[in-house]
Design a protein. Structure first.
Length: 125
């Protein structure tokens, strides 16, 4: 049975979705934009937003008893592909040496005018 993951360590959802879903073997973390966990405010700039999005994912993973080392796939969305290098600079500080599979897309717009959104899938075992 699927379990909803909810933590105050990440901002509340902006719509009718869960922060994460735990299937037992896999954890699906909803896309996180660079909102600060407590205030819900969007951080300023792509690097700060990437940092907040990655921290939010870490908090959701922790609520499921997992960490970035358990992540097997991320999908990343950038409002401007020119931010790719700046995004990667922050992203790699969170994932360490065990880089998950990843897709990165440039998109027209993101919620709240965000620069970046990241979603993750983690596996147990």
């Amino acid at each position: 049975m699927n379990k909803v993951i909810s933590t105050t360590g990440a901002p509340t959802a902006l719509g009718p979705y869960s922060q994460g879903i735990d299937t037992g073997s896999l954890v699906f973390v909803a896309g996180q934009i660079g909102r600060e966990a407590q205030s819900g405010d969007l951080a300023d700039g792509v690097e700060a937003q990437t940092r907040e999005a990655m921290k939010n994912i870490a908090a959701i993973l922790e609520a499921a008893g997992l960490s970035w080392s358990d992540v097997v796939k991320t999908t990343c969305f950038l409002a401007d592909i020119a931010d790719f290098d700046a995004f990667n600079g922050v992203y790699k500080t969170f994932i360490g040496d065990a880089a998950p599979a990843r897709s990165t897309f440039a998109v027209k717009d993101l919620p709240r005018g965000a620069c970046v959104e990241v979603e993750a899938i983690a596996a147990r075992g």
